[in-house]
Design a protein. Structure first.
Lengths: 295, 808, 195
């Protein structure tokens, strides 16, 4: 499943067709919530491997720390205390990029080559091409990417594309002490999930199931949930995520419309790009939109 | 652990009680998850809090902290009443059938022989009836009213589900549900493993908590079995190894009971420690004591230790009193100590009653802290705002701080909780001028030796004659030291069965402790590690992880003490005739001529089953003890309340005010007075670890500080409502010894319990903060804890004490 | 589907600027899709063990350099040892953060002393530290070692200086420590294991 630099499925804001001759195994990470103890080893390994250190924060009355995803916390555990049939359950979910087969972020991204989908399914951000516009956040049905205050670029989980590229598992999957995070081909992961779901059903979790939402074409990070019928129990995991209406709109009728009717805006932005660089294009565009909104 | 980490995967039932393995040992806990995944095992958690372990359990039952013996005694009663025991095992492999002295009795909370003034027992009635040969009398039918089985049955008949529920706060149906799960493993081919940790040891009845569980495992026939055993999940990477090396006052390396004033000479010392065999044909392995002790003295004093001078016995210090950590700080507090060295230990944070510890250190002439980190202890004299109020001008202690290396910066061996000794290799130098602990200790010793050689002084002989066979004197290598620990021949070691056969030539490493001799021809620094570095080399560095049995034994990975045995008492995994109770998980079996199989047999290899050599070779009776006279507070565990109890009585002995708390626990003057009472401190507090942190170390590590940045305490929603505390509020938690302030985490995971007609709330206090570190500074939680320990081990009672809480 | 006017513009603008820029050949160089390079490619790997709990997980320590004379080995990454039968490459959040323990800003680098009544640390040399400590120890031992008890039995104990041993030190350091301390006559000796 080695990932070579040219095995690209899609590039943001690029119409050049990617090379398509080689066949690459699709990879996936499976998060078995039913064996997760919420230890945050995945968070630690993610920080350590990726050379990122978030701020030392505060305790706000919960175990969730850092409290949310940030440009330096690409994965966080989310803890929910749920009482089901008089029985307390502590549902703990590792949150982070789902690596959608149909990635809303990539579709929304205006910066060429800032978001790449590899043929193995990994969706990776390339910060050197990022213009910091934040459209990936709008495009993401899971609210994952975050813009850094330090360099105004978007960051999120890369599924350790650098490790996967040399045949290693992502840092979080390798480290997971209980094996709640597994990594392999998507097919292997689905087979493994089947076994886990069978075990959970035998223990009384009738609604146990796999979370691989088809609204985004399936994901390369999947969950085994004890309550697959109610993903929202797991601190707001979306029930039926789809690509943001904005991005669908763009893909559907807005693209031709935009090309024709808003050519002037395009030229303007191109000009800005050439003369001032990407960040300012975004800023300019935002300002224009803000102004129009205010009217 | 009698078993080991990977073996947990062989269990049918995992009981997590008195510990929280998912939180404190996540990588070991993986084997619990594997048992669930692959064996369809069940996980049952009993804990005051719904823990991370509980989050993945099949069944959770709450319990009031400090009432585990009541719960487990109830389990014993359930097993006996419902006849859910492994009869053949109990009959053959325990002292159930042994007849107990007629004078032994238990009345109104006290066993026979109690002396209330001394707070201790005379144990002369806690013994077997013996015959003319000195052997214990037995009744194999288990019907004699004086046999251990009947006395045990009688003792625990009081532990009814109703009374258990009343004392523990565990709802009766939940208690019975746990009993049902446990009882299933009475089947010969079913096993339960118990994973416990400091949730059982850190009580004034800590040792007896564990013993009660050991009795249950014996009744169920789970000792010696794959997936069974009594598994203490120990705290530090090498806490097992340091315990084995015996860096504490009661024992010498290999758990050899240290000499006291009563042992006037070598012969007396050895004789008192050599047990007399209590049943015919038993191995009574302890009778080899003289070989272990002599070899230790030869390792330390070499040619200067001879049979002429009692192997330099006079040079060994004789112990006159208790010197456990609480006793040491008590002496220091009384001004009886001048110096103190802390090696990788942060007592200001780790020991009960921070104020007493700080005041004690301020009375020292000198304090030496040897540590990789700037610890709180090293700055006990320095003001750190509200977290450490101190006036340096008033503290005359001279404090030295020596930089030590970390694991990554040195080679050597650690012994894990499963007794597996593993070698590790140095990766880089430490920062600045830091040095390894070996080099630091060697430096101090050689300087002292030089001073005694030059200037003389009191009793220089043991210093000048201590063996020092190191190529670089100032820097002994870990390899040299492990070889010394493992043992070597000084003279020829002959085969006792065939004196013409030489087992080891002078200078050779010995193959194991069976080759040790008491004639001065062998040297061994720690007999239980014997053979870990044999003529074949450093066996702790072996890295063959193959597992042909599939049981996870990996016999060629590292070296397990003793004798590379992975499951202790494994002879008990077979029936009397030598057939495994569960052929699918056979640990060893009798082949017809020898014991063997998937482990190193815990038995003389050629002891045929009809010789009746029983599996518990370290006891003088060859069997395990349901009735155990060795413990301080009684041969059967009994429930006593924590020293700070929310109740005003012991519901098991409501009319005996002297039997409320452990009658045999040591309490110092001044400490009894500062025990809090329920009227002022109505809530049960318990301190514990979080998975994100390790003690007081990781507050110095950025990643861990990010994951759990700020001190907090946990309370239930009901208590929060009563006290007007909202989630995230700052609260003040007070005990009778001081206070801490922290953020309140209000949770459904802690519930109020109904105990003896009262509602009892629990306040959970994670322990990881202090005034030094990169995490947010916090209060030392041991400001709150009481200065009292278990009657046997003196482990402090950190797990159950009283506090009050209010919005800060 | 509800789309506000602002969102509509945002989408058109974003999509347009992107596609048009690329179409006109303004793709930023260099190659668009290279992953971050694997940081351990030629690092040196050493087998070691986590110093925290008693699971004693095997770890792989990665250091810079190839152990050549002039390349100072610096620890850059630590992860689980897949060969270790217990942890099988996994670690907990503490083990996964070991790098930050090794690199903690609070590591001690040289011997220091805080003199009686002082409110500051003072850096001293190892020789100085060892001499001063040994002098304290010898003075106390010579003054307080009890050679015989009241009954005249030889007891040779020194109980006015105490020692607390680490549970993090290796077996070899532990053994040497107990050998030295017993040799000195120490009885006030205890370990973290007690707690």
């Amino acid at each position: 499943m080695a990932l070579q630099s040219l095995d690209i499925a899609r590039r943001s804001a690029t119409t050049t067709p990617p090379p398509a001759v080689r066949e690459t195994t699709e990879v996936a990470k499976l998060i078995d919530v039913s064996t997760c103890i919420g230890c945050k080893a995945c968070q630690a390994a993610c920080m350590e491997w990726n050379d990122i250190r978030d701020e030392v924060g505060t305790n706000s009355g919960v175990y969730d720390n850092p409290a949310d995803l940030t440009a330096k916390s690409w994965t966080v555990m989310r803890y929910a205390e749920v009482e089901e049939k008089g029985r307390l359950e502590w549902l703990i979910r590792k949150d982070g990029c789902m690596h959608c087969a149909d990635p809303g972020c990539l579709k929304a991204c205006p910066a060429p080559g800032a978001i790449i989908q590899y043929a193995n399914g990994i969706v990776d951000f390339h910060q050197e091409n990022c213009i910091g516009c934040g459209y990936c956040i709008t495009g993401c049905p899971f609210n994952i990417p975050r813009i850094s205050k330090e360099d105004s670029k978007a960051y999120k989980c890369s599924l350790c594309s650098d490790r996967v590229a040399v045949g290693q598992a992502p840092a979080c999957a390798k480290v997971c002490p209980t094996g709640a995070i597994q990594f392999g081909s998507k097919e292997q992961m689905k087979d493994y999930a089947d076994k886990r779901i069978g075990d959970l059903k035998s223990r009384g979790y009738d609604k146990a199931g796999l979370y691989d939402p088809q609204g985004v074409g399936g994901t390369h990070v999947m969950y085994v949930l004890h309550h697959a019928d109610r993903p929202e129990l797991y601190k707001g995991l979306p029930n039926d995520p789809g690509i943001s209406p904005l991005v669908s709109l763009w893909k559907g009728f807005a693209k031709p419309l935009a090309n024709v009717a808003l050519a002037a805006v395009a030229l303007g932005s191109l000009f800005h790009y050439v003369t001032k660089g990407p960040n300012e294009v975004s800023k300019e565009l935002e300002d224009e939109l803000e102004k129009e909104d205010a009217q | 652990m009698t078993n080991h980490w990977v073996d947990i995967k062989n269990a049918d039932l995992v009981l997590v009680m008195g510990g929280n393995a998912a939180e404190a040992h996540p990588c070991g806990f993986k084997w619990v998850i594997e048992a669930k995944k692959d064996r369809k095992a069940k996980l049952v958690v009993v804990d005051p809090r719904f823990t991370r372990s509980a989050a993945v359990s099949d069944y959770y039952a709450p319990i009031r902290s400090g009432s585990d013996i009541a719960f487990l005694g109830g389990v014993i009663n359930y097993l006996l009443t419902n006849d859910k025991i492994h009869h053949d095992y109990v009959k053959a492999y325990t002292n159930a059938s042994f007849l107990i002295d007629e004078g032994y009795k238990f009345e109104d909370g006290f066993f026979s022989g109690y002396n209330p003034e001394k707070r201790s027992y005379a144990k002369d009635t806690w013994k077997y009836q013996t015959d003319k040969d000195g052997y214990a009398k037995v009744d194999p039918t288990l019907q004699d009213p004086r046999c251990a089985f009947q006395l045990m049955k009688q003792h625990y008949s009081r532990y009814t589900p109703e009374l258990v529920s009343k004392v523990t706060g565990t709802p009766k149906d939940a208690f019975l549900k746990v009993c049902e799960h446990i009882a299933e493993t009475a089947a010969p081919n079913k096993t339960m493993t118990i994973c416990y940790a400091l949730g059982w040891t850190q009580h004034s009845v800590g040792s007896q908590n564990i013993r009660t569980m050991a009795m249950i495992q014996l009744l169920l026939g789970n000792m010696g079995m794959a997936g069974g055993g009594i598994n203490a999940l120990r705290g530090h990477a090498n806490v097992q190894g340091i315990t084995d090396m015996c860096l504490y006052s009661e024992v010498l390396p290999g758990y050899l009971a240290a000499p006291t004033d009563a042992d006037k000479n070598w012969a007396e010392f050895v004789d008192k420690r050599t047990p007399k065999t209590l049943r015919p044909n038993q191995m009574n392995y302890g009778q080899n004591f003289s070989k272990w002790a002599t070899s230790l003295m030869k390792a330390w004093y070499g040619a200067a230790a001879t049979d002429k001078n009692d192997y330099a016995y006079d040079w060994l210090p004789k112990k006159d009193a208790a010197y456990d950590v609480l006793a040491i700080f008590e002496r220091m507090h009384q001004g009886k100590m001048n110096g103190f060295l802390c090696q990788g230990f942060n007592p200001l944070a780790s020991v009960s009653n921070k104020k007493k510890v700080g005041d004690a250190m301020a009375k020292l002439k000198y304090l030496v802290v040897i540590d990789p980190l700037a610890t709180d202890t090293s700055e006990f004299w320095k003001p750190h705002g509200e977290f450490n109020e101190a006036d340096p001008a008033k503290i005359q202690t001279e404090v030295f701080r020596l930089p030590a290396n970390l694991f990554a910066e040195e080679s050597g061996s650690f012994t894990n909780s499963g007794r597996v000794i593993q070698w590790h290799w140095k990766a880089a130098d430490g920062p600045g001028e830091s040095k390894g602990d070996i080099e630091i200790m060697a430096g101090l010793f050689l300087k002292l030796k030089e001073m005694y050689a030059k200037d003389g002084g009191k009793l220089p002989e043991p210093i000048l004659n201590l063996t020092w066979p190191h190529r670089i004197a100032a820097k002994p290598s870990p390899e040299e030291l492990l070889m010394e620990i493992s043992g070597k021949a000084l003279g020829e070691v002959l085969d006792p069965k065939d004196k013409t056969k030489v087992l080891a030539k002078p200078g050779e490493q010995l193959a194991g402790f069976a080759q040790l001799r008491d004639d001065g021809s062998t040297a061994c620094g720690n007999w239980i590690y014997g053979g870990c570095w044999s003529q074949a080399g450093n066996l702790t560095a072996r890295r063959d992880n193959s597992d042909p049995s599939g049981l996870g034994q990996t016999l060629n990975w590292g070296y397990a003490w003793p004798a590379n045995r992975r499951i202790l008492y494994n002879r008990a995994s077979c029936d009397v005739s030598g057939k495994p109770w569960d052929p699918k998980r056979a640990v060893i079996k009798w082949s017809g001529t020898a014991w063997g199989g998937n482990d190193v047999p815990d038995m003389r290899p050629d002891a045929a089953p009809d010789e009746n050599v029983m599996p518990f070779i370290m006891t003088a009776e060859g069997v395990a003890r349901l009735f155990a006279p060795a413990l301080a507070e009684g041969p059967f565990p009994e429930h006593y309340e924590p020293f700070e109890t929310p109740l005003d009585r012991n519901p098991f002995h409501p009319n005996n005010p002297k039997a409320v708390s452990n009658p045999a626990a040591r309490v110092y003057k001044g400490d009894m007075e500062v025990f809090g009472k329920a009227k002022d401190f109505p809530y049960v507090a318990t301190t514990y670890r979080l998975v994100e942190h390790f003690h007081f170390w990781t507050k110095h590590a950025r990643i861990n500080a990010v994951l759990q940045p700020e001190q907090f305490v946990e309370i239930g929603e009901e208590l929060a409502k009563e006290k007007g505390i909202a989630n995230g509020d700052k609260v003040k938690v007070r005990s009778n010894r001081g206070f801490i302030k922290a953020v309140a985490v209000v949770t459904k995971r802690i519930k109020a319990l109904d105990v003896d007609g009262k509602k009892v709330h629990t306040v959970g206090i994670p322990l990881h903060w202090g005034f030094k570190g990169v995490a947010k500074p916090g209060y030392i939680t041991n400001t709150l804890t009481p200065f009292v320990g278990d009657a046997n081990s003196q482990t402090p009672e950190f797990k159950a004490f009283l506090v009050n809480i209010e919005k800060a | 589907m509800q789309v506000t006017r602002r969102q509509f513009f945002k989408v058109c603008g974003a999509g347009l600027s992107g596609s048009s820029i690329a179409l006109m050949g303004f793709s930023p160089a260099p190659a668009l899709a290279e992953v971050r390079s694997f940081k351990l490619a030629r690092a040196t790997e050493t087998r070691n063990m986590c110093p925290y709990c008693s699971v004693s997980c095997g770890v792989l320590i990665y250091t810079t350099g190839d152990k050549s004379k002039n390349a100072k080995a610096d620890i850059i990454h630590i992860e689980g040892d897949p060969d270790n039968p217990v942890n099988r490459g996994t670690l907990c959040p503490k083990g996964a953060g070991l790098l930050d323990m090794v690199k903690s800003p609070n590591r001690l680098k040289w011997p220091e002393v805080r003199e009686p009544g002082s409110s500051e640390w003072k850096r001293i040399s190892w020789d100085d530290a060892i001499s001063r400590i040994a002098t304290h120890m010898k003075k106390d031992r010579d003054a307080n070692l009890v050679e015989k008890n009241a009954e005249g039995v030889t007891v040779n104990r020194w109980n006015t200086t105490g020692f607390l041993a680490s549970s993090a030190a290796g077996n070899e350091a532990g053994y040497l420590t107990v050998k030295i301390l017993r040799g000195l006559g120490a009885v006030a000796l205890d370990t973290q294991a007690r707690i």
